[in-house]
Design a protein around this ligand. Structure first.
Ligand code: HEC
Ligand code: HEC
Ligand code: HEC
Ligand code: HEC
Length: 125
């Protein structure tokens, strides 16, 4: 009885720790659609998070578990860059991160997503 209780407590403790150190992607965010003037960009978020050598912070570069939940990129990267803000505007931030990794991965000889000139493979009307 006592041993069982101890094991339960131990499990509860460690499950809680894992949850706070390794955040998970909410179900409704497994796929994210960006509405843009050039069409809809469909981003398979869960698939990307499962790529080898990819962590949440590969994209969520400001995330620190002790500082609260993962923030949307648009919180800081706005569509129009306010002159006093240090964060580049959304289009620059997304193109740099998304296309940058696709280029890098292609250079490594591995399958990747759309490259810079393939606008319409991301922006689908
Ligand atoms: C890897 C996918 C990808 C490729 C390739 C890509 N884009 Fe984008 N683009 C995005 C994402 C993601 C956004 C950010 C949308 C947002 O901020 O909501 C974006 C934003 C934009 C915006 C701002 C849209 C708006 O309505 O504010 C423009 C304009 C744009 N892209 C043009 C292009 C052009 C032109 C090309 C090709 C030369 C291109 N993109 C290639 C993913 C891509
Ligand atoms: C390949 C890039 C990439 C990786 C890796 C990634 N994400 Fe994201 N995540 C995004 C993008 C892009 C958005 C959309 C942000 C926006 O709309 O401004 C997003 C949005 C989110 C949101 C919603 C934030 C909000 O308030 O709207 C959460 C939560 C989240 N990610 C958690 C995670 C977790 C947890 C991991 C690791 C298991 C992870 N992400 C890995 C790119 C990524
Ligand atoms: C809490 C605010 C904040 C959030 C959230 C945030 N960023 Fe940033 N980001 C910044 C700031 C500030 C800079 C400029 C200084 C720096 O490079 O750290 C930046 C720089 C960048 C750069 C470098 C741009 C360049 O021209 O080299 C990329 C790429 C980028 N962010 C992508 C993202 C993506 C993608 C997300 C979401 C997955 C995201 N950021 C979330 C604040 C943020
Ligand atoms: C860490 C590297 C990395 C980042 C960052 C990244 N991608 Fe990808 N992406 C990949 C790889 C690798 C594949 C190929 C996966 C496969 O097919 O095996 C891919 C595939 C894709 C595809 C085609 C497959 C599909 O149907 O989903 C699209 C579209 C795409 N990415 C969009 C994006 C967008 C939009 C972003 C930024 C919000 C982004 N990617 C950021 C590595 C990345």
């Amino acid at each position: 009885m006592t041993l069982r209780l101890f094991m339960l407590l131990a499990l509860a403790c460690c499950a809680g720790q894992v949850a706070s150190e390794e955040p998970v992607i909410p179900t409704e965010k497994e796929t994210i659609e960006f509405q843009t003037r050039l069409g809809v960009v469909t981003f398979r978020h869960q698939m990307h998070a499962g790529l080898s050598a990819t962590e949440c912070t590969t994209c969520h570069h400001t995330f620190k578990a002790e500082e609260g939940p993962v923030q949307a990129c648009h919180t800081c990267h706005e569509h129009k860059k306010p002159s006093a803000d240090a964060a580049p505007k959304a289009k620059t931030a997304f193109h740099t991160r998304c296309i940058g990794c696709h280029e890098y991965t292609t250079e490594q000889g591995d399958p990747a997503g759309p490259l810079k000139k393939k606008c319409k493979l991301c922006h689908v009307k």
